[in-house]
Design a binder for this molecule. Structure first.
Ligand SMILES: Cc1cc2nc3c(=O)[nH]c(=O)nc-3n(C[C@H](O)[C@H](O)[C@H](O)COP(=O)(O)OP(=O)(O)OC[C@H]3O[C@@H](n4cnc5c(N)ncnc54)[C@H](O)[C@@H]3O)c2cc1C
Length: 425
């Protein structure tokens, strides 16, 4: 096996910087510890004792609305929360009486939420969560492909309240307040996973090896690199972004390539700032907060990294991670670092009562950071599935198809391994 990686390092958007007492992430912060395959992978790499789970206060999540931070609370406290208007809360209570949707047409996440729990809840709670996870626009993304479980719950139970009641019968600890599992990383950050996996692969990894073209050859495939080198192989696993894979298969599979090229990607900018504890008035006791687009700010949300995980900032300092851009604000990529940090100062400092300049600032930009599963995404999946069926030696993994989280990517890799094992006996 050979891993061909175009970059000079492994990991794609997963990368950690550790310097001057701060550990900051370029991309993923962690993963939910609910996926056994990810935990198994960490175990296999000998990283079990390096796992670092989020502190208990991570359960406290906030939404910035009406000019203040509102803690997200489950029922019945939610009914008294100023997060939404009385009319909005009443509308949410009507959810059990909303009929099940019968149309087979794809539905956007926003439409689903507005239909079931009301437009205000869709804007304030659901759309901000979508920008937190997908950096996406809830009105453009497919419910079925981004949140398949939510989609299935309505189909199986007729509605969300009824689904929650059924789930609670089986698991009394189930909560409507967020996904199952604890956010987990490694003591040295997500980069530790990448580096250890890279060491385990050893000289099977080739860095700076950009794949140009993959074409069928006798009983297998020819893989051509940008530098002109080519190699023969029986199986090819495509794990690059959809637009990159489109270029690789264009010559042999023009229609599938066109489908892959149609997958939109959202850009995202991550601003990591550190302060002396005394510079920040807010107690930062929690996960952080999301900002609904209806608030008129450009920031998508702010994670209180040093509250979430140990080993992220030295004593007496706090580390924050603020997200900008996403599908609803691609123009943020045009702001230079000074303009971006000025924007953080204008928008985020007043919310947390921050005074003075940060003691550390790192900015990470991802031009085409996160794939967006649009209302046409099923056509992408159908095209990829058809190609895998037609050409049993071609396999698709990574975040462009069936889930963007690290857990989803691990599941997609295991699926491909299963296919190859089955093919090779
Ligand atoms: C800012 C940000 C925050 C996130 N936070 C979280 C989080 O907290 N939790 C979570 O679970 N997920 C999170 N995600 C999502 C998750 O990190 C990604 O979906 C996942 O890491 C993607 O992995 P991937 O390997 O599919 O794609 P990528 O990371 O995009 O990697 C693709 C790789 O393909 C290589 N490549 C491209 N073209 C070629 C070519 N021609 N030849 C060879 N190689 C090529 C690239 O160099 C790159 O290394 C986040 C993503 C971002 C951007």
């Amino acid at each position: 096996m050979t891993v061909l990686e175009a970059d000079t390092r492994l990991g794609g958007t997963a990368r950690t910087d550790t310097a001057d007492g701060f550990t900051t992430e370029w991309g993923p912060n962690g993963f939910l510890d609910k996926e056994p395959l990810t935990l198994q992978w960490a175990d296999d790499l000998g990283l079990h004792d390096r796992l670092s789970r989020a502190n208990e206060n991570a359960a406290r999540r906030f939404i910035y609305a009406h000019g203040r931070l509102n803690e997200l609370k489950g029922p019945p406290a939610f009914l008294f929360s100023p997060l939404m208007s009385a009319a909005g809360r009443l509308r949410l209570l009507c959810e059990p009486f909303i009929p099940q949707r019968t149309s087979p047409e794809p539905e956007s996440i926003w439409n689903f939420a507005a239909r079931r729990i009301g437009r205000e809840a869709a804007d304030v709670m659901v759309a901000s969560m979508v920008s937190g996870v997908y950096a996406g626009d809830a009105k453009q993304l497919s419910l079925q492909h981004c949140f398949p479980r939510m989609y299935q719950l309505e189909r199986d139970h007729g509605g969300l309240y009824r689904a929650l009641r059924a789930i609670k019968k089986q698991d009394p600890t189930a909560s409507p307040m967020g996904p199952k599992g604890t956010l987990t990383t490694f003591i040295g950050g997500m980069g530790e996973l990448i580096e250890t996996a890279g060491q385990a692969l050893g000289d099977r990894v080739r860095l700076g090896a950009s794949v140009k073209r993959v074409t069928p050859a006798d009983g297998g495939h020819t893989v051509e690199l940008d530098g002109g080198e080519s190699m023969q192989t029986e199986h090819v696993i495509f794990a690059a972004p959809a637009f990159a894979v489109a270029g690789m298969i264009e010559a042999a599979e023009a229609q599938t390539a066109a489908r892959l090229r149609s997958v939109p990607y959202a850009s995202i900018s991550v601003v990591c700032l550190a302060f002396e504890r005394s510079q920040v008035k807010h107690d930062l006791n929690g996960f952080g907060f999301l900002i609904p687009r209806t608030e008129g700010l450009r920031g998508l949300g702010c994670l209180w990294t040093s509250s979430l995980f140990n080993h992220r900032a030295s004593d007496g300092k706090v580390l924050l991670r603020i997200m900008y851009g996403g599908a609803t604000d691609p123009g943020i990529q045009d702001l230079d670092d000074d303009a971006l940090t000025a924007l953080v100062a204008k928008e985020i400092y007043p919310i947390l009562g921050i005074s003075g300049a940060p003691t550390m600032c790192r900015i990470y930009r991802h031009g085409r950071g996160i794939p967006q599963y649009s209302l046409q995404h099923q056509q992408v999946l159908d095209a990829v599935d058809a190609l895998e069926a037609r050409q049993p030696g071609l396999h698709f993994a990574g975040n462009a198809y069936r889930g963007v989280s690290l857990n989803d990517c691990v599941v997609s890799a295991r699926r491909v391994l299963g296919r190859i094992k089955a093919a090779t006996g």
